[in-house]
Each structure stands twice: as structure tokens, then as C-alpha cells.
Design a binder for this molecule. Structure first.
Ligand code: ATP
Length: 296
């Protein structure tokens, strides 16, 4: 096999709580993550070592991200090359569809796809646990992106408990034209002054009971306290989505992207059409964990 193509799916947070700050500066989180059908595409091609610029080459359609060692794709590939020393180089072509710095784990999911893609292309026989152990050194969300689907994430995000797929529904993604740094949001979170914590255990119970009403009621994200204060447009988007008939709407991750759950497909379509002139919008669904869903 000379090349392989992988899909790297975006995530939303159905619920996100921060429990405290650890001595090492990381935050202790408790969140429910769900893969959605918006994805980047990565093509991995074996290449010969032709020059001394190193074995990893990255090409991307996006001008918003680096192609050097600052790209999480590069870091994941470099970690694999350092451990397994394959006898050829790799060219990675990244087609970026997931908005950058938007709260949908775009960089982390690309890194996760590198672990799956190079594992298959080079026949490395890495287990999912081995990939996750390497992945967490690249970013706290990378292990979740390696397993995908729906999961409870605790610790810094790397302690994962897979959950059963929730009932299907329509998901409308709305992103205003702003980029938010995850680091900035966590630095500005006043974790000891939070007046509200989402009921994550209630969310998990609703998921186990296939109770979409319960899932909708238990949606909550403590990071809204920081990001909405600086960018009120996020609250405006939530209100518009509710006015269009969404069951509920919530900021994903550190924002600024908002997702809404619709039961009614026609209402979701109408909201999509109304909002697409003003914002970046995607109408999509949950994607469940399948053995090989990342390979196209
Ligand atoms: P999260 O939801 O995990 O907080 P995010 O969706 O908010 O992540 P990303 O899209 O992952 O944010 O981008 C965060 C930063 O990472 C950007 O400033 C970007 O330059 C950098 N970055 C490095 N590699 C990538 C990549 N492959 N795709 C997107 N961003 C990348």
C-alpha cells in the first residue's frame, strides 16, 4: 500500500464542566463529547527521502494553519517517526473543512487521524491504547478523537468512558467570524466562582436511556461564562437558533461555535438557510463510533 485517505471528524461538547485547576496548570474537566459529520480529509503518501528537509511534508488547503512543526499533524507524525523509524518519508495532504480555533477540536482530530492513518499505512499494529498514550502528549483531546463517537472525558480529557450512541437528530453548527484561543478561555475561567455546573451524570443517564429530551435538557458548558462575556454574538446566535425552533443550543468547547439540536428536519433546514448569509453554518448529524469509519 502506497497511500491511504482518512477522515478526521469534528466534535461537539454536549456538556462541559470544569472541576478545578491542577497544580500543573491543567484543568480537571468532566465532559461529554460527540463526533459530528463535519470532517477534514488527510491523504498519506509514502515518499522517498529526497532532500535534507526531513521525512515529513505537509501540504494544506488552509492558509490559517502552519505546515511546520507547529501543526499538530506534523507533531503526531514526528512522534511516530521517532518511535518506529519507517524506511521512507511521508507526504500528508490536509484538506481543512473544520473551522480553525472554533471549539471543534480541528487540530486534535487531524492528529488522531495521523495515528490511525500511519498505523495502517506502515502496518505498525499499534493498539488504540498505545495511540492514545502517544496522542495525549500532543493534546488533551487527541485520545478522544482517536476513539471517536460519544464518550465521557475526565481528567484533562484523556480518561475516556465510551457511551452508547444517542438517538439521531439534526445538528446545526453556526460559527461567527471570530477565532477563540482555548488557552485564553481557560486562563480567564474563574473556576471557583462558577454559579452553575451542568449535570453531567444526568446527561450520562439520559444517554443510557436513549432519552433525547433528557439530553437536550442537560446540555451545559461552563466555558460560556468566559467566551460569551467577551463575544456577545454567541448569545445572539443561541437566541436566534431557539427562535428558529431548536430544542436547545450551546457553545461547543471554548467556542465560538454554537451547535443546536433540532428534532424537526424542516425547521433545521429553514434555520440553515436563514443563517447562512451571516455566519458559517453546517447542517449535520451525530456520527457513531465504527471500527473503520475514519478510512474512506
Ligand atoms: P479545541 O476544540 O480542541 O479547543 P479548536 O477547534 O478550538 O480546538 P483548533 O482548530 O484545533 O482549535 O486550532 C487551535 C490552534 O491550533 C490554531 O491556532 C491553529 O493554528 C493550530 N493548529 C495546529 N495544527 C492544526 C491543524 N491541523 N488544524 C487546525 N489548527 C491547527
Amino acid at each position: 500500500m502506497q497511500s491511504i485517505t482518512c477522515k478526521a471528524y469534528a466534535k461537539i461538547n454536549l456538556a462541559l464542566d470544569v472541576l478545578g485547576r491542577r497544580p500543573d496548570g491543567y484543568h480537571e474537566v468532566k465532559m461529554v463529547m460527540q463526533t459530528i459529520g463535519l470532517y477534514d480529509e488527510l491523504i498519506f503518501e509514502k515518499i522517498a527521502f529526497t532532500d535534507d528537509s526531513g521525512p515529513i511534508k505537509i501540504e494544506t488547503s488552509s492558509s490559517a494553519i502552519p505546515t511546520d512543526e507547529n501543526n499538530l499533524v506534523y507533531r503526531a507524525a514526528a512522534a511516530i517517526f521517532a518511535r518506529y523509524k519507517p524506511d521512507c518519508g511521508i507526504k500528508i495532504t490536509l484538506t481543512k473543512n473544520i473551522p480553525v480555533a472554533a471549539g471543534m477540536a480541528g487540530g486534535s482530530t487531524d492528529a488522531a487521524a495521523v495515528f490511525h492513518g500511519l498505523n495502517a499505512l506502515f502496518g505498525l499494529k499499534m493498539t488504540v491504547n498505545e495511540m492514545c498514550e502517544m496522542g495525549v502528549k500532543i493534546g488533551a483531546d487527541v485520545p478522544y478523537c482517536i476513539i471517536g463517537g460519544i464518550a465521557l472525558a475526565e481528567g484533562i480529557g484523556e480518561e475516556l468512558t465510551p457511551l452508547p450512541p444517542p438517538p439521531p437528530c439534526q445538528i446545526l453548527i453556526v460559527k461567527p467570524d471570530i477565532s477563540v484561543s482555548t488557552k485564553w478561555v481557560y486562563e480567564n475561567l474563574k473556576v471557583n466562582e462558577l454559579e452553575f455546573h451542568p449535570d453531567i451524570n444526568g446527561m450520562i443517564a439520559a444517554i443510557h436511556h436513549q432519552d433525547l429530551d433528557g439530553i437536550i435538557k442537560k446540555m451545559g458548558n461552563v466555558l460560556e461564562t468566559v467566551t460569551i462575556e467577551k463575544y456577545p454574538v454567541i448569545k445572539e446566535i443561541k437566541n436566534k437558533l431557539l427562535a428558529f425552533g431548536a430544542e436547545n443550543a450551546l457553545m461547543s468547547g471554548s467556542g465560538p461555535t454554537v451547535f443546536a439540536i433540532f428534532r424537526n428536519e424542516a425547521k433545521a433546514q429553514a434555520a440553515y438557510i436563514e443563517m447562512r448569509d451571516e455566519y458559517e453554518v453546517y447542517l449535520t448529524k451525530f456520527v457513531n463510533r465504527k471500527d473503520n469509519y475514519i478510512f474512506s
